[in-house]
Design a protein around this ligand. Structure first.
Ligand code: TRP
Length: 454
């Protein structure tokens, strides 16, 4: 058996298109908004090292595994498990992914909406001349408003749906190839500016000098969650994209490239942000607000800063868009392939459900801020539960499935493109998927939630 029929399914055109689309999914607010604030809250340099170790030891193998499942089955995450393990409950892993997709879209699109607000503020001069205290106040007051965040959320959601309606290849592939390199260059410029601010050295030290006394079980779980979130793994996004990848693509190569790009963007974001954090006297553990306070501060120090700010928030919004479309695509592929809806109907249904859920998350600091579950508002609940619980659990089940319940020769067949590639890494990969990843994810998870003490 060499996989399934391609006929009638949309697929990515070129090799670069594959990497661009997957990297487009991976690179986004996770790198520029979430990574810096999570790192800031979890002790800096030591967190970075743990993050990098997990990225290479677990992140890349999980991404490869998702690509294998997707390309082999030619299905959405639920369909994939139904095809590869007929009559078994593995499809529930896919269902969990669909639930995660809704939760991620709900809060992620809200943050993407903030980038639109900041784009708007750049154009109207809203943050010019403000110091970091004023910028903090501005962020807080925007977030606690009811209407504006919900409005920007809606704009972003509609843009996402419109692109997904345009089809996989046309919509996703084209835009990413131009935008990503631009975002990268702009980040480099910001790094240079940030590094030349007075007091920048402290920020570099915070980011790169590990202090392992700050590491706890929770920290490691946060790093694991951030790796999964940043690589878009653990919920079937990569399974879905894998199902659109052609048979001659080297899945391991794609995984490594995408992960390297993703990590580079996150580290660059760190280098842009932390020197400025210390130069401006902001606390590195300012949480969700961090990126949105620090970046406007940097732009104000740059000649022509508002032009840079405009370009940056635009590119950030677009990077977020290539991520939201990848999450929506999972839901749409599921609705259309498993429930038999047309893609159009699937998109409409998904969008309407998202509005209900997303507006709740978007309003959760304003109007509905008092509604709390486990002490978290809807936004934090979605943010934390997906990254720290659902994605690692999804990843764990994916590697267990591929390592123990799926014929090894089929996995090898998929990674070597039916024998035409050497895949010298195969035994290492197999070892990680069968032993290292399942054991490590379990330990980190149990230790992180306090059920195990090491
Ligand atoms: N990885 C994206 C980012 O870093 C967000 C994202 C897209 C995602 N698809 C996902 C996160 C699937 C988790 C799962 O911005």
């Amino acid at each position: 058996m060499s996989g399934f029929d391609f006929s009638g399914r949309d697929s990515f055109g070129s090799r670069l298109g594959v990497v661009a689309a997957a990297a487009g999914s991976a690179v986004g607010l996770g790198n520029i908004w979430r990574f810096p604030y999570i790192l800031g809250e979890n002790g800096g340099g030591a967190f970075l090292i743990i993050y990098l170790v997990i990225m290479f030891a677990i992140g890349i193998p999980v991404m490869m595994s998702e690509l294998v499942i997707g390309r082999r089955s030619q299905r959405n995450p639920v369909g994939a498990f139904r095809v590869l393990a007929p009559g078994k409950p593995w499809y529930l892993v896919g269902m969990m992914g669909i639930i995660s997709a809704f939760m991620i879209l709900a809060f992620y699109t809200a943050v993407a909406g903030w980038t639109l607000e900041y784009l708007y503020q750049t154009l109207t001069g809203g943050f010019s001349g403000k110091n970091s205290t004023e910028l903090t106040a501005m962020f807080d007051s925007f977030r606690s408003e009811s209407l504006r965040p919900a409005l920007w959320f809606s704009v972003f959601m509609i843009a996402t749906s419109a692109i997904v309606l345009g089809g996989v290849r046309k919509g996703i592939e084209k835009s990413t190839k131009i935008m990503m390199p631009l975002l990268f260059i702009l980040l480099l410029v910001m790094c240079i500016k940030s590094l030349t601010l007075p007091g920048a050295g402290k920020g570099l030290e915070f980011l790169f000098k590990p202090d392992f006394s700050k590491i706890t079980g929770t920290t490691v779980l946060m790093a694991l969650g951030q790796v999964f979130f940043s690589l878009s793994i653990g919920m079937g996004t990569i399974i879905t994209y894998g199902s659109y990848i052609q048979k001659d693509n080297n899945l391991a190569g794609t995984s490594v490239q995408v992960s390297l790009i993703d990590t580079a963007v996150a580290v660059l974001a760190g280098i842009a942000i932390f020197p400025a954090v210390f130069a401006f006297g902001i606390s590195p553990s300012s949480g969700e607000a961090l990126t949105f306070i620090v970046l406007p501060g940097i732009f104000q120090q740059m000649p022509g800063g508002m032009i840079f700010a405009f370009m940056f928030f635009l590119l950030l919004a677009l990077a977020a868009l290539t991520s939201t479309i990848s999450v929506l695509e999972v839901i749409v592929a599921y609705f259309s392939e498993q429930l038999g809806l047309t893609r159009r109907k699937a998109i409409i249904l998904a969008t309407i459900s998202m509005f209900v859920l997303g507006i709740t998350a978007s309003l959760s600091l304003g109007l509905t801020g008092r509604v709390k579950l486990f002490g978290l508002n809807t936004f934090d609940l979605f943010n934390t539960t997906t990254a720290n619980i659902l994605l690692p659990l999804g990843g764990l089940l994916i590697v267990i499935f591929l390592g123990w319940f799926f014929p090894g020769k089929d996995v090898k067949d998929e990674l070597t493109n039916a024998g035409s590639l050497k895949a010298r890494y195969y035994s290492l990969y197999r070892f990680i998927v069968r032993y290292v990843a399942p054991i490590a994810i379990t330990i980190v998870f149990l230790n992180g939630i306090g059920l195990l003490k090491i």
